[in-house]
Design a protein around this ligand. Structure first.
Ligand SMILES: NC(=O)c1ccc[n+]([C@@H]2O[C@H](COP(=O)([O-])OP(=O)(O)OC[C@H]3O[C@@H](n4cnc5c(N)ncnc54)[C@H](O)[C@@H]3O)[C@@H](O)[C@H]2O)c1
Length: 401
């Protein structure tokens, strides 16, 4: 048992900086899962040896608005990666970001793709332009790490997945919540059957976005470029975690509304009942109309245990058959989420740590020639469910997936 727990932490920490690894090592020691000294003496030196021989992967960032700079900061901390160039149709934005990190800047992203030292691109442009842009990047032989949602619908996602496969480049979708320790512990407990018969899985995203937020860019709150509202833009991280924990959904029944915003085409409130393939039921509630915004929450409940994750961190962890480690996991609950929250404002508390972990995994995927942890098909799943929710809300009917 202690060995399994240690391996869990080791697998998490392979994608971490040395500081984070040490945090994990200390955590493992704190919860008493491994004799002190073993990780320091054997595992850390092996990790470090691997780092030194790792070839640097050159990155380009396309889209230098809100999230582009988070990718740039994350990249500055990723081992084996180098930010080479950035692009934005707004020249000022591209130049500002390029200047801060010593990268080249372009208004036309195709010029960035002409560079041989760009091996991979981070797509940080509005959601509905990533598909076509991604296909162009794939044709240029660049690996693609696209922000969430991978695209605004499954048709466009399928084209992008096919283009990446044809060009033999990696395709990843940013779901940084999957790299939070709490979320990984829950997933691991599911794999071990610790919840018993899983009966209920819920996701609650009760967030706030001001009218100014929607007015600030022409693409926000539109079907064509945002692909939807509270659910596909803000709620998708929790929808992804819910599916990661619960397995595939079978059917949905949903309602949606625009209640507290003007000049938007898409929902600021959606409520859905989900039937999962494993027989369990669940609820998704997503809103951008709830002030001041609450931590995003995913719950999983079974006949043998329950867990609750808030902003990636465990807030409840109980099993009928408890182990010594469970008490220690509870004692280590942290009140400050490592990955930050976007509950009231998109960027006020967004830290780059989650992106750093995911980009580190992407670099390993390129180096080891394996799929990234969240690849194209994994990125597609949450969009497919959200698409079904929108269809149900529009038709008033149950939609089968
Ligand atoms: N993972 C997360 O937690 C997270 C957080 C915020 C945003 N996002 C996602 O990131 C994406 C961008 O969001 P944002 O808030 O940064 O938007 P934004 O509007 O602030 O930034 C988008 C940028 O892309 C640029 N752009 C548009 N078309 C372009 C093109 N053809 N070539 C080059 N640049 C182009 C715009 O000028 C703008 O600067 C969205 O899909 C959003 O869902 C993810």
């Amino acid at each position: 048992m202690s060995c399994l727990f240690t391996l869990e932490y080791a697998s998490i920490s392979r994608d971490l900086s040395n500081d984070e690894r040490l945090h994990c090592v200390h955590h493992v020691h704190r919860v008493g899962l491994w004799p002190p000294g073993v990780l320091h003496a054997i595992i850390l030196p092996l990790w470090n040896q691997g780092d030194k021989t790792m070839a640097r992967v050159g990155f380009g960032i396309i889209g230098c608005g809100n999230i582009g700079p988070v990718h740039a900061e994350a990249l500055s901390q990723v081992r084996g990666a180098k930010l080479v160039a950035v692009s934005d149709v707004v020249e000022k934005s591209a130049k500002a970001l390029a200047g801060k990190y010593g990268a080249a800047s372009y208004v036309d992203y195709r010029k960035l793709l002409e560079r041989d030292d760009v091996d991979a691109v981070c797509l940080c442009v509005p959601s509905g332009v990533r598909g076509e842009m991604g296909e162009t990047c794939a044709a240029a032989g660049k690996h693609i790490l696209a922000e969430k949602p991978l695209e605004i619908n499954t048709k466009k996602i399928d084209r992008l997945i096919a283009a990446a496969a044809k060009a033999k480049v990696k395709l990843g979708c940013v779901f940084q919540s999957r790299f939070a320790e709490g979320a990984r512990l829950v997933r691991s407990a599911v794999e071990k059957g610790r919840f018993g018969r899983i009966v209920l899985g819920d996701a609650y995203i009760k967030w706030y976005r001001s009218q100014e937020y929607y007015d600030s860019s022409q693409w926000r709150g539109t079907w064509k470029l945002d692909g939807g509202g509270a659910l596909i833009n803000q709620g998708i991280h929790q929808v992804d975690l819910l599916l990661w924990f619960m397995g595939p959904a079978k059917w949905v029944r949903a309602e949606s509304r625009i209640l507290a915003h003007e000049r938007i085409e898409v929902e600021d409130l959606a409520c859905a009942t989900i039937g999962f393939e494993n027989g369990a039921l669940g609820v998704i509630e997503a809103s951008t109309a709830i002030w001041p915004g609450h931590p995003a929450r995913v719950e999983i409940h079974g006949s043998e245990g329950s867990a609750v994750v808030e902003d990636g961190e465990l807030h409840f962890w109980r099993f009928k058959k408890e182990t010594k480690a469970d008490e220690r996991v509870r004692a280590s609950f942290r009140s400050d989420a490592a990955l930050g929250s976007g509950a009231g404002d998109p960027l006020s508390d967004l830290k780059c740590e989650g992106h750093r972990r995911q980009i580190q995994d992407f670099v390993h995927a390129i180096r080891d020639d394996r799929p990234p942890f969240v690849d194209g098909p994994e990125g597609r799943r949450a969009v497919a469910l959200i698409e079904a929710i929108y269809k149900s809300a529009a038709s008033g009917k149950t939609v089968r997936l």
